[in-house]
Design a protein around this ligand. Structure first.
Ligand code: E4P
Length: 214
């Protein structure tokens, strides 16, 4: 399973990249707003660090405006994937982007049939938001299972990019289901390496290492 990092913080991307945990990056308007920087500046910086798919989301919602943004992003860097919302206008833009060779990540997916539509329109990636489904009392991971089954049934090439990941269990469950990618916040990436037995075991090794004659 590929790991993307879900952030607009270039410092976090550098740290995670150094640990070999970054195959790509996803951003969204909320993450970029937190950075206090211009969207384009952040994405250009990211493209210099990571040689993989970098999702940049459109800031408009009409077909014409989204296509203008998509074509602009496509000119900025070859690794940029245009993130489009799962609405009828967004699906139209996904189809045109596919025809023009612009890769897309369809965002804000909350149902299996929405994922089916995105694949039919020619999306490169589908982003089901599992944490937000858990937040409203549904089981986000059930959505991933259904999408993986549907895409396998029909050999869709759209990759399943598990989004809105909130904890290590989400990552393990996504991997068990065979999802293509998890996009993970930096804080969760750090949690992934943690185990209390690793910490106590290392403490003992460090203590015993001092007893070894040198
Ligand atoms: C990624 O593509 C999404 O924008 C992101 O994972 C949303 O996560 P959130 O639900 O924690 O905001």
């Amino acid at each position: 399973m590929k790991f993307f990092i879900d952030t607009g913080d270039v410092g976090e991307i550098r740290e995670a990249y150094a640990m070999g945990l970054v195959d790509g990056v996803t951003t969204n308007p909320s993450l970029i707003a937190k950075s206090g920087r211009k969207y384009r500046d952040v994405v250009v910086d990211i493209c210099e660090i990571v040689n993989g798919p970098i999702s940049a989301e459109v800031l408009t919602t009409s077909y014409d405006e989204m296509m203008a943004e998509a074509r602009d992003w496509h000119k900025v860097h070859k690794n940029i994937v245009v993130k489009l919302p799962l609405i009828p206008e967004g699906l139209k833009a996904v189809k045109t982007c596919a025809e023009e060779g612009i890769r897309t990540n369809v965002t804000l997916c909350f149902s299996p049939v929405q994922a089916l539509l995105a694949a039919k329109a020619g999306a490169s990636y589908i982003s089901p938001f599992i944490g937000r489904l858990d937040d409203v009392g549904e089981t986000g991971m059930e959505l991933i299972a259904k999408i993986v089954t549907i895409y396998n049934n029909y050999n869709f090439e759209t990759e399943v990019l598990v989004a809105s990941v909130r904890n290590p269990v989400h990552v393990v469950d996504a991997a068990m289901l065979g999802a293509d990618i998890c996009t993970i916040p930096f804080s969760v990436m750090l949690q992934l390496s943690k185990h209390p037995l690793t910490d106590t075991g290392l403490k003992k090794f460090v203590e015993d290492a001092k007893k070894i004659p040198r």
